[in-house]
Design a protein around this ligand. Structure first.
Ligand code: ASP
Length: 249
């Protein structure tokens, strides 16, 4: 199998002072052309792109399988697969679970994909967000159309007692137009050992990583903290996905 990378900034890296050559995209090549060229050298393409919908567009121009590694604030489907796998590994099943998503649900692509994939199961969803970072209405309406109950809460403590999966996310700094806007939302929801005393004994804390400050490091030693096991599951799920796509299993 051949791996493909699209990138390059044409700027000097401070530690090496070596210039990175500009990528074909920076030279003005269209995404469709880049993808068609890369597919000549690869068996499968894994593409991360800042524009929602770009990966879907790329797949239309590609004669090889394209796996989305995230498209801006759009979706992150392989993360959703590994999240569901982690819930099954940790709790034995997904059906019947109450899943509470916390943080920046507006910009967080992982929660968009996870909420949509969870409609395949009998679950109930809870959202805890700053007022301006709520789950986008298209995702909310899609989930509702599948008959899944969704509730919004103002803080973790209120949502926690019935929660089976607490899915923490960071505030997506890079998605804000000003640092002031970001700082106004930052640090509102931080999971601490004290808050964890209100949680069920059999419950899991998950996070798509990277963590900034939304889970205090003291929570790491709690057996319910599953986020590093979740990260490891990401490797297995993506290995399985590549094997499936390439027909090698
Ligand atoms: N790693 C995840 C993503 O690529 C989550 C995040 O960046 O906050 O979306």
């Amino acid at each position: 199998m051949c791996a493909t990378a699209l990138g390059g900034s044409g700027v000097l890296h401070p530690s090496t002072q070596k210039a990175t050559p500009p990528s074909c995209q920076e030279k003005g090549e269209s995404l469709a052309d880049s993808v068609q060229t890369m597919s000549c050298y690869s068996d499968v393409l894994v593409l991360r792109h800042p524009q929602p919908g770009a990966v879907e567009l790329a797949a239309k121009h590609c004669r090889k399988p394209v796996i989305s590694a995230g498209d801006g604030v759009g979706e992150h489907p392989t993360q959703a697969l590994l999240d569901i796998f982690t819930i099954r590994e940790e709790l034995g099943t997904v059906n019947g679970m109450t899943i509470t998503m916390v943080g920046d649900l507006k910009h967080g692509r992982t929660v968009h994909s996870l909420a949509c994939l969870l409609t395949q199961y009998r679950v109930s969803l809870r959202y805890v967000t700053p007022g301006n970072l709520r789950m986008p209405s298209d995702v909310f309406h899609f989930v509702a159309s599948k008959g899944i109950k969704q509730e919004e809460f103002e803080n973790i403590e209120e949502a926690l007692p019935d929660t089976d999966v607490l899915y923490m996310t960071r505030i997506q700094k890079e998605r804000f137009s000003s640092i002031q806007e970001y700082e106004a939302c930052f640090g509102q929801f931080i999971l601490t050992p004290h808050i964890m005393t209100r949680a069920k004994k059999k419950m899991v804390v998950m996070h798509p990583m990277p963590r900034v400050n939304e889970i205090s490091v003291e929570v790491d030693s709690d057996p319910r903290a599953a986020y590093f096991r979740q990260a490891e599951n990401g490797m297995y799920i993506r290995m399985a996905l590549l094997a499936t796509v390439l027909g090698r299993y």
